[in-house]
Design a protein around this ligand. Structure first.
Ligand SMILES: Cc1cc2nc3c(=O)[nH]c(=O)nc-3n(C[C@H](O)[C@H](O)[C@H](O)COP(=O)(O)OP(=O)(O)OC[C@H]3O[C@@H](n4cnc5c(N)ncnc54)[C@H](O)[C@@H]3O)c2cc1C
Length: 371
């Protein structure tokens, strides 16, 4: 049996199992998540059991991110906040799957891939710092058996007192070290954030490191830059799942207005569901190709990933904008999903790498800027 054939049933099972859990559980939770009344830990554990975070966890024979993206898109069709947490968890798994630190892998990878240990990533500040946008916020000092780390990250999502996340600090000599932070550490303090436009149920905190001891056992990579080069394609491409599901739902919202408002909505030229469906299909095809080979470290590949991510954000915001115009006053009600989808869509445009960072990255590569 060929490998491609052997993988087919797995793909169908994971995505359809996640879809079943989403359809059964998420619609009734979505408003409480959106308004910050609920952090959906049980839901995340349930889709973890179904395999949402595990298909990219075994990287020895190469890896394909498409199942993880497809599963995430099922979540995103219903709730953008939960799909962001799905990305956080999938990214945490991606870090653990790729570390050479076998002890750290043994400690957390299986639990994170199964959704039994939840967590996320604090890479926004380092990613911005690597592209010359801001300075590194965490500083580390070598000590016996590890490092002492201090500084603060303004936002880390999908965390809580029993969670973990991956991030990077800068040493006195300028070296960068990537590690797993354990939120249970008494010197790692979680700070409540002011409420956001959306994403309030995502377990998002400011994180203060008060000379926290990070043992060598928790180090993902003593030299973070080559590690980041290895994982950056996957980090960015996995976000496509957030975009694809949200766009699908915006198209469905537009479709639903056709019978009552089609006679006037047809004047929204270039913003019809069919227009977005064609663009979505093109985006999905690009992502599918790129996600089949996330270890390509060539400049051409990375440029294609950045371009696809920019298109994903732009199309998400455009589809949500069009859904608002199609639904009119109905969509302007707080009870209608169109306004929630619009608030969630902006997050796809501002989460790292944000639209403006992606455009800077293309400019730095001397690549053409899309209109
Ligand atoms: C709800 C939410 C969840 C997030 N979750 C994560 C996560 O899990 N992991 C992660 O690494 N990042 C997370 N982020 C950060 C996110 O990925 C982006 O980095 C962030 O949205 C800003 O990106 P930007 O490129 O637009 O930067 P900009 O907003 O242009 O600049 C960011 C910088 O501006 C400054 N700044 C921002 N807000 C204020 C303020 N209110 N007062 C003073 N200075 C300010 C800070 O120095 C900050 O570093 C989250 C952000 C939000 C809003």
């Amino acid at each position: 049996m060929s490998l491609a054939f052997a993988q087919t049933p797995l793909r169908i099972d994971v995505v359809s199992d996640v879809r079943d859990i989403v359809q059964a559980d998420l619609p009734k939770l979505v408003d409480d998540i959106d308004t910050g009344k609920l952090y959906p830990g049980d839901f995340l554990r349930a889709i973890g059991t179904a395999g949402a975070f595990s298909t990219h966890a075994q990287v020895d024979d190469g890896v394909d991110l498409n199942i993880a993206i497809d599963a995430m898109s099922e979540v995103s069709e219903v709730c953008g906040s939960t799909s962001f947490m799905t990305w956080c968890q999938s990214t945490l798994v991606w870090y653990l799957a790729n570390t050479d630190n076998q002890a750290l892998k043994d400690k957390y990878l299986d639990m994170a891939a199964a959704g039994d240990m939840l967590g996320g990533t604090g890479l926004s500040n380092p990613m911005k710092s690597f592209f010359g946008i801001e300075k590194m916020k965490l500083k580390g000092k070598r000590v016996e058996g590890g490092y002492r780390v201090r500084g603060a990250l303004p936002w880390v999502s999908n965390i809580g007192p029993e969670h973990i996340f991956g991030t990077i600090f800068e040493c006195e000599d300028g070296g960068k070290v990537m590690f797993i932070a354990d939120c249970a550490d008494e010197n790692i303090e979680l700070l409540e954030c002011d409420s956001f436009l959306a994403m309030d149920g995502t377990g998002t905190y400011g994180v203060n490191f008060r000379d926290a001891f990070i043992s060598d056992e928790m180090i993902l990579a003593h030299s973070a830059l080559p590690f980041v080069k290895k994982i950056r394609g996957g980090f960015i491409l996995l976000q496509s799942g957030m975009a694809i599901g949200l766009i699908r739902d915006c198209i469905a919202i537009m479709e639903k207005t056709k019978s009552s408002l089609g006679h006037v909505n047809k004047y929204l030229v270039g913003q019809q569901p069919e227009d977005f469906m064609a663009k979505l299909e093109a985006l999905e095809a690009r992502v599918r190709d790129l996600a089949a080979n996330p270890y390509d470290t060539s400049d051409e590949y990375f440029q294609a990933v950045v371009e696809a991510r920019l298109e994903a954000g732009d199309l998400t915001m455009a589809a949500a904008h069009a859904a608002m115009l199609h639904t009119g006053a109905r969509g302007y009600h707080k009870s209608h999903s169109a306004q929630r989808r619009m608030r969630e869509a902006y997050f796809v445009g501002i989460v790292t790498p944000a639209t403006k960072q992606l455009r800077k990255m293309l400019a730095d590569m001397n690549a053409p800027q899309p209109a």
